[in-house]
Design a protein around this ligand. Structure first.
Ligand SMILES: [Zn+2]
Length: 137
């Protein structure tokens, strides 16, 4: 089962590649920026709160068929796309339901561009630096 945190990260990643969230009435929402320093932006958090308030059943990520509400149910898990490594929904039975949202992004994956990221966890970042320094000694 995909945890709410995983679904939130899924949206954060795809928003950074320009994939909007589509609501029932055809309204498309793409909060930018997604990340500010070490936390999600207020716009992104507001969008996430709006999704949670409705249970997510009235919106889906552009290019996918599952509503966010379905992703929050027990039927779905998050897996890595075989082509680009981005998070994609997978049925808990281990079946990928459809194409990754990357299918219509001809320039993706592109390793020359900064990759989508999550808010920096400064503590683990510091630990990585510390580990690198101790390897050098
Ligand atoms: Zn992909």
């Amino acid at each position: 089962m995909a945890s709410p945190e995983q679904v939130k990260q899924y949206l954060a990643y795809w928003f950074q590649l320009g994939k909007p969230l589509i609501f029932d009435q055809g309204e498309s929402v793409l909060p930018q920026p997604v990340v500010e320093g070490d936390h999600y932006s207020p716009k992104f958090e507001a969008c996430w709160q709006r999704i949670l308030a409705s249970g997510g059943s009235n919106c889906y990520l552009d290019g996918t068929i599952q509503t966010i509400g379905e992703l929050l149910s027990e039927k779905w898990e998050m897996a890595g796309c075989a082509r680009c490594g981005m998070p994609v929904p997978m049925l808990s039975l281990g079946v990928q339901s459809g194409p990754c949202p990357c299918f219509d992004l001809p320039t993706w994956p592109n390793l020359d561009l900064p990759l989508p990221r999550l808010p920096v966890d400064s503590r683990s970042h510091l630990e990585q630096i510390r580990a690198r320094l101790s390897r050098q000694q």
